[in-house]
Design a protein around this ligand. Structure first.
Ligand code: ZN
Length: 135
């Protein structure tokens, strides 16, 4: 269990793999472009995730930015999930290396979504995704 790749486990998890970019987020992706998406990903991780917060598990919305969706899909949405899936302890702030690790997972997921969109594999839902399943 300890040595298995969290990304593989995430792909096998029904809740995590239910996330995909909708039309709104794909539009944002196109509008911002990759350099800005990269910047946003790191900024959002630093601002919302790097410190342990009282409202943990509630800091990442389910719509409004492609990075938010990616965070739910990669279990980088809150400190509880970061600990459960990636074994990053929540009693301390994230290190720079951990911020980069989270940002990397988020960007790889978004990039894979772009590939899926080009391959016609996304559902292209128009409405924002709703948090219907408890984490
Ligand atoms: Zn979470």
């Amino acid at each position: 269990m300890r040595n298995s790749d969290p990304m593989l486990k995430l792909k096998a998890n029904d809740f995590r793999r239910s996330f995909e970019l909708g039309q709104m987020e794909l539009l944002q992706l196109e509008k911002y472009g990759w350099p800005l998406i990269r910047e946003h990903a790191e900024k959002l991780v630093r601002e919302r995730l790097s410190k342990t917060v009282e409202h943990d598990t509630k800091q990442t919305p389910y719509h409004g930015h492609p990075v938010f969706i990616a965070q739910h899909a990669t279990a980088t949405c809150c400190r509880k999930c970061l600990f459960k899936w990636h074994r990053i302890p929540f009693y301390r702030d994230l290190t720079d290396a951990e911020v980069r690790l989270c940002t990397g997972m988020i960007l790889r997921w978004i990039s894979a979504q772009e590939d899926r969109m080009r391959a016609g594999q996304l559902h292209l839902h128009a409405e924002p995704m709703k948090a219907v399943v408890a984490q």
